[in-house]
Every structure is written in structure tokens, then in C-alpha cells.
Design a protein around this ligand. Structure first.
Ligand code: PEP
Length: 249
């Protein structure tokens, strides 16, 4: 049985005070949500407030990115030891917005994933095709290429510790959700690659989340797919009541 991961990516939203206010409402709503792991990734500047707000709960806090180096002359980057020292346990890597606006490549995704693992953080590694890829029938080829050029560079031991998020770029922030069947097909393609590279046990145990316009009203139908092991939620994770209802699908 793969335990679902219900993750929220706050992107560039909320101040520390708004973070504290979110968790005051959110905590009681998920106090009995032992069926899943909950992860919330606020902006770096809110990590301390978020970690303080989830003390004594099972809620995990993650970063939205992670440097590949431990320290050094990398203006604007935040490293694994810094994220871990703030009390976070997870890091999103390779989000499509990082790929689209900040030059993230499969190669840097691999380096950031390795850094997260080195510093004891669980990477949530994002992959996904663009609309033109899907329309030209290249979805599977793109997913395979992102896998092979990126996380296939991990050792089997490292791979066993990661979470993958399938996020079709055309579904992120657009209100267009992949149908459960489209998502499940993509998850099967990714899992097949995992099986080929790391074997059956790894393929059976890797958790693959779906992300792209997940909302309280479509979480249940997505989570009904055995291939979907959780969700990565952007916009709808900003509201404590809405995200709690997704968590408690
Ligand atoms: C995301 O940011 O990872 C995401 C899936 O966004 P949204 O849920 O807003 O589409």
C-alpha cells in the first residue's frame, strides 16, 4: 500500500503572519487525517513560521526549490542545510514554473534532487508535458526523456526516497484538470520507466502525485485512480478549508 501524499505548493503567496493564520484554521481540520502525509511548501521566508505552526502535528513543511550546492557564491539560492535547519523536511524540485521562467533543466533537477537527499530532505520531483507536446502526441516521449535525463541518474537507494509529481503544464493554474484517465495513463508511463530502470519493487512503491488544477470538487475522482498516489496542489492549497477538504477527499 502506498500512503498518499497530499501536498500544497503556495508558490509566491502569503506572508509569515498569513502563514500562521492559515495553520490556525487548517490544523484542526486535518487533525484526524492519518490516511495520508500532508506537506505544505510556503515561500522560503515563511518556513520558520510554518514550522512553528505545525509543531506537535503530523503536517510536514517543504521548500519550493533547493540549491545543488551546500553553500557558496550562489546569490538568491537556498541550500539543503539551510532548509533542514529551518525545520522543513521536503523540497519541491523541477516545478514547471522553475523550468519555464528560471532555466531549470533535467540536469539541474537531478543535481537539486541529489542535494535534497544528501541533506535528509524528501524531494518531490516534478515532470510533465506542455500543451504542444500533448497535441503533437509527444506526451510519453517527453515524460520518458525527463525521467531518463533527470532522476534516472539517482542510485536505487536514492530513488527509493523520492516522490514524483506528474504535472501536465497545460493543467497548472489554468482550471483545466487532466481527466483521471489521462493522469493515470501518464502515471503508468512513468511507472513503466521506473520498472525498467529500478525494478518491480521500486515501481510498486514509488509514489506518483498528480498536479494541475486540483480542487475540492475533483480530488475524490482523481484519488479514486489506483495509479494516483496523492496530489500536488497550487492555487487551491492557499485556502485552509478548501485544502483540508482535498486532504480529506
Ligand atoms: C502547482 O503549482 O504545482 C499546481 C499544480 O498549481 P494549480 O493547482 O494552481 O494548477
Amino acid at each position: 500500500m502506498r500512503k498518499p501524499v497530499m501536498a500544497g505548493n503556495w508558490k509566491m503567496y502569503k506572508t509569515p503572519a498569513e502563514t500562521t493564520a492559515f495553520f490556525e484554521k487548517f490544523r484542526p481540520l486535518v487533525a484526524a487525517s492519518g490516511h495520508c502525509e500532508i506537506v505544505i511548501a510556503p515561500p522560503f521566508t515563511n518556513l520558520a513560521a510554518a514550522v512553528a505552526a505545525v509543531q506537535g502535528t503530523a503536517i510536514h513543511i517543504g521548500a519550493q526549490n533547493i540549491a545543488w550546492a551546500k553553500e557558496g557564491a550562489f546569490t538568491g539560492e537556498i541550500s539543503g542545510p539551510m532548509i533542514a535547519a529551518a525545520g522543513a523536511t521536503h523540497a519541491i524540485v523541477g516545478h514547471s514554473e522553475r523550468r519555464q521562467y528560471f532555466g531549470e533543466t533535467d540536469e539541474t533537477v537531478l543535481k537539486r534532487t541529489q542535494a535534497a537527499l544528501e541533506y535528509g530532505l524528501t524531494p518531490i520531483v516534478c515532470v510533465g508535458e506542455r500543451l504542444d507536446d500533448r497535441e503533437s502526441g509527444k506526451t510519453e516521449a517527453v515524460l520518458v526523456s525527463q525521467f531518463q535525463k533527470g532522476i534516472a541518474g539517482l542510485t536505487a537507494q536514492q530513488f527509493a526516497k523520492i516522490v514524483i509529481a506528474y504535472e501536465p503544464v497545460w493543467a497548472i493554474g489554468t482550471g483545466k484538470t487532466a481527466t483521471p484517465e489521462i493522469a493515470a495513463d501518464a502515471h503508468r508511463a512513468i511507472r513503466a520507466e521506473v520498472r525498467e530502470k529500478y525494478g518491480k519493487e521500486a515501481a510498486d512503491s514509488i509514489r506518483i502525485l498528480y498536479g494541475g488544477s486540483v480542487k475540492p470538487d475533483n480530488a475524490r475522482v482523481l484519488m479514486a485512480q489506483p495509479e494516483i498516489d496523492g496530489v500536488l496542489v497550487g492555487g487551491a492549497a492557499l485556502d485552509p478549508v478548501g485544502f483540508a477538504s482535498i486532504v480529506n477527499f
